[in-house]
Design a protein around this ligand. Sequence first.
Ligand SMILES: Cc1ncc(C[n+]2csc(CCOP(=O)(O)OP(=O)(O)O)c2C)c(N)n1
Ligand SMILES: CC(=O)[C@@H](O)[C@H](O)COP(=O)(O)O
Ligand SMILES: [Mg+2]
Length: 638
Amino acid sequence: MSDHPTTPVLDRVHTPDDMKTMSDAELHQLADELRAETISAVSETGGHLGAGLGVVELTVALHAVFDAPKDKIIWDVSHQCYPHKILTGRRDRIRTLRTEGGLSGFTKRSESPYDPFGAAHSSTSISAALGFAVARDLGGQGGDAIAVIGDGAMSAGMAYEAMNNAGHLGKRLIVILNDNEMSIAPPTGAMSSYLSRLYAGAPFQEFKAAAKGAVSLLPEPFREGAKRAKDIFKHMTVGGTLFEELGFSYLGPIDGHDMDQLLAVLRTVKARADEPILIHAITKKGKGYGPAEAATDKGHATAKFDVITGKQKKTPSNAPSYTSVFAEALIAQAADDPKIVAVTAAMPDGTGLNRFMDRFASRCFDVGIAEQHAVTFSAGMAAGGLRPFCALYSTFLQRGYDQVVHDVAIQRLPVRFAIDRAGLVGADGATHAGSYDVAYLANLPGFVVMAAADEAELVRMVATAAAYDDGPIAFRFPRGEGVGVEMPENPAPLEIGKGRMIREGAQVAILSFGTRLQEVMQACETLAAKGITPTVADARFAKPLDRDLILKLATTHEALICVEEGAVGGFGSHVAQLLADEGVFDHGLKFRSMVLPDIFIDQASPKAMYDVAGLNAGDITAKVLEVLGVAQIGAQSA
Ligand SMILES: Cc1ncc(C[n+]2csc(CCOP(=O)(O)OP(=O)(O)O)c2C)c(N)n1
Ligand SMILES: CC(=O)[C@@H](O)[C@H](O)COP(=O)(O)O
Ligand SMILES: [Mg+2]
């Protein structure tokens, strides 16, 4: 397979309308070419590969049978949407995926009318599709509503909330369960076992209407090609399923890579459905690309790679990742403390807890994509006397917020939140940015909220959290590698609510919270050349604040600048509140709080995203000069 495959059929597709006149044989070939084009594009951009490869046939069949954008095809998570983007007028930009100014790696309403609903967090598709179905029936936009949801995403409660509602409403709604027996890691849980049992050992089964002579139900002109459908339907043995109990007609399992089968089933569903229908399609994540199929994550996400060898082109790292530092620090604590347990919501590799699991299998829980449950489950274990570390990405913890408030904070339970991917994450863009956790945690009574300035600080914060039994405690750290600092050998717990002085200076004090400290120090080098030597402190805690440190900085300097990689309402806001409460502003303190701006920042490199946010060294330099009233010369290049 060459990097730029020959694609004569795909070349004819500019929008899905161009597929409507294609023969089934051409659609077969289109799928092959689409797969080659997807592999080729992702080899140049990196990104989510395996999920897209698993839905190539399904994508072609859906666009051949349904009429997008009038019909709404809603991809759950939408990390599998690259083939869909190629078929829906975005092929010319597909090699800009996940880059600054390029295509998003997810569906996005502002990007295309063929993306009726944006996603990136999982398990929203059935709710959204049901919303479209109701809107259609109440005189809104017409067309079918089709949710494509993976078996991993089916582990989240929201999918069942939606099916419960859909079954009750009884409207025409099509859900395609794309079951590849994979989440990012192999899926866990009873639901996953249930899905496996639905098709284990059985031949692919088909369409309920078979008993009523399904072939005759096929609309013209498809009856001609219906011999295959006859073969498909003759195995029909579908019995009662959980989905049927919820009010869906269950069709399947069908082979999600068999184009004939897909076309026959979708055409018939399109012609006949008058109620909620769930089509259970069995697929292979990474299908059709050897290196992806062979990978343990089935090519879920990849760096740029060589198409022939599959070898990924990763830039060598200079320091360990924050994630791995967290995992090793937790393992070290857990070795001495049998009460420490760890929880991940379907991200064992992403959170580093796969290492913890290897070491302490019975004390590590992958609960599936179920962040709400992860939080309350941790609360229960804390109430039961364990020391749970609930390791979630900042963006996914958002989903468990009521549980954080109601089950953890109000009961003052000592759940330790290890918040990974804090701050701007890069190619995944706005949906995955960890922008809000400080704001939404530091406002909760009794919560301790920390941010690590570097990987050594992270190790100390793990030790602090392990030793803290008085209530909930959280520490946040970013995606990517650390700064290469020396690591503490026997990390002692930090004193709660105490920051640290980094360097003493004059005129202006910079109070950093989190890893922007490196940018602050870089800014100081530039400022030194201008004769300005700021005092720099690392707050460590957004809650409780180090009042003594902050008031000292505020009363001994002309200006105080807070810097953090979080949204307004976070650390700087709490400092401002303290200063206002203490009347410090009455004495003329110049105060600035550098936070993420009030916009959703699109995907780019983290550095470029922080440029947009105005939180890089040059911005800090410029802020110091502005607050001191010094003329700015070349501040952006600092
Ligand atoms: C709420 C939420 N939690 C976690 C994730 C991270 N995540 C992205 S894709 C994925 C696995 C999804 O599995 P599945 O739905 O089966 O899709 P597949 O990749 O197998 O096609 C996970 C856990 C997410 N996107 N959203
Ligand atoms: C689609 C999704 O939610 C995940 O695959 C996410 O992209 C992982 O991000 P990391 O690469 O930061 O683990
Ligand atoms: Mg899956």
